[in-house]
Design a protein around this ligand. Structure first.
Ligand SMILES: Nc1ncnc2c1ncn2[C@@H]1O[C@H](COP(=O)(O)OP(=O)(O)OP(=O)(O)O)[C@@H](O)[C@H]1O
Ligand SMILES: [Mg+2]
Length: 294
């Protein structure tokens, strides 16, 4: 078991005021409680990890935070304001995300994909885009320039004109991050950002997330790769069967026997390993590597 062999994390220099607060978040699907009474606080400048076996409720919790699901119970606030359970309103309020199953516009270029993210912050889309007046052209130019800047930030500066569907898997994941950043978030949620990546790409992803944090954003990241999580995060929550089993520093969480048990000995995924409603692909690849990496 190499769980303790992770490098020491590069913690946030300054951790500020709470930005995201989730209180008592519960999500039921008929008789199944996928998320049960989860509290989570994320502070400015923090990278928080969310781990747990397949079917633990991690993605469902993200869906509750981002308005894709309306939680059965609970409240989510961003910067002290209660978030309405509507995805667009959540983005406008300052929370962006990426998806476990990549959701890009496959037939658009990398640059266009990022520009789409930016449109929630531009003002002249409706009328001036019809009239194509000078204000529209100025905004369009600024949007294009910002999108190119973000592509460079994530290491895809040379891929601006590539169609998303032709890009390698790891690049598509970085492109999704660039598109999320284009919405000017205060907080970004990443659902398995390294799934399907090789070790070198995973290291680059880790460096990118540190740079995102250093640019002033808070980050919440779901991952099955323990080395990645414990090397990256200031704090980690472990969800099991929809509930927070353990929360603490990487050192506390990785040495907690309940966490190890949840992954390799507990049979916690007996009823939903094969029943995961999340689209196939990335999570499978990631989860199969969990035991190796523990
Ligand atoms: N829309 C839905 N309707 C019914 N059940 C759902 C729905 N979405 C998720 N579930 C169930 O909720 C539980 C939690 O699923 P979720 O996808 O959140 O797990 P996860 O922790 O993200 O797992 P993984 O690590 O495999 O991605 C699972 O039992 C899943 O089948
Ligand atoms: Mg998931």
């Amino acid at each position: 078991m190499t769980i303790t062999e992770t490098p020491p994390p590069a913690h946030a220099a300054t951790v500020g005021a709470p930005i995201l607060e989730a209180r008592g978040v519960t999500m039921r699907f008929g008789g199944l409680t996928a998320v049960k009474d989860v509290d989570m606080t994320v502070r400015e400048g923090e990278i928080v990890g969310l781990i747990g076996p397949n079917g633990a409720g991690k993605t469902t919790f993200f869906n509750c935070l981002t308005g894709l699901y309306k939680p059965t119970e609970g409240v989510v606030t961003l910067g002290g304001e209660v978030l309405p359970p509507k995805p667009r309103a959540v983005v406008v309020a300052g929370m962006a995300r990426t998806f476990q199953n990549i959701r890009l516009f496959a037939n658009m270029t990398a640059l266009e994909n990022v520009m789409v993210g930016r449109y929630c912050r531009t003002t002249s889309m409706a009328l001036t885009s019809i009239l194509r007046g000078p204000k529209f052209r100025r905004e369009e130019e600024a949007t294009r320039a910002r999108a190119q800047e973000l592509l460079e930030f994530v290491g895809l500066g040379g891929s601006a004109e590539h169609l998303a569907r032709n890009m390698p898997y790891g690049d598509q994941r970085r492109l999704e991050i660039a598109r999320a950043l284009a919405t000017d978030p205060k907080l970004i949620l990443l659902d398995e950002p390294t799934a399907g990546m090789n070790p070198q790409e995973t290291k680059q992803a880790s460096d990118l997330i540190f740079r995102i944090r250093d640019s002033g954003l808070a980050v919440v990241v779901i991952e099955h790769d323990m080395r990645f999580i414990f090397g990256l995060c200031d704090r980690v929550l472990c969800l099991v069967r929809g509930e927070v089993l353990v929360e603490g520093t990487p050192g506390e969480v990785q040495s907690d026997p309940r966490v190890i048990e949840a992954y390799i000995g507990g049979g916690d995924d007996d009823d939903d390993d094969e029943d995961d409603s999340a689209p196939a692909g990335s999570s499978d690849r990631a989860s199969h590597s969990t035991e190796e990496k523990l």
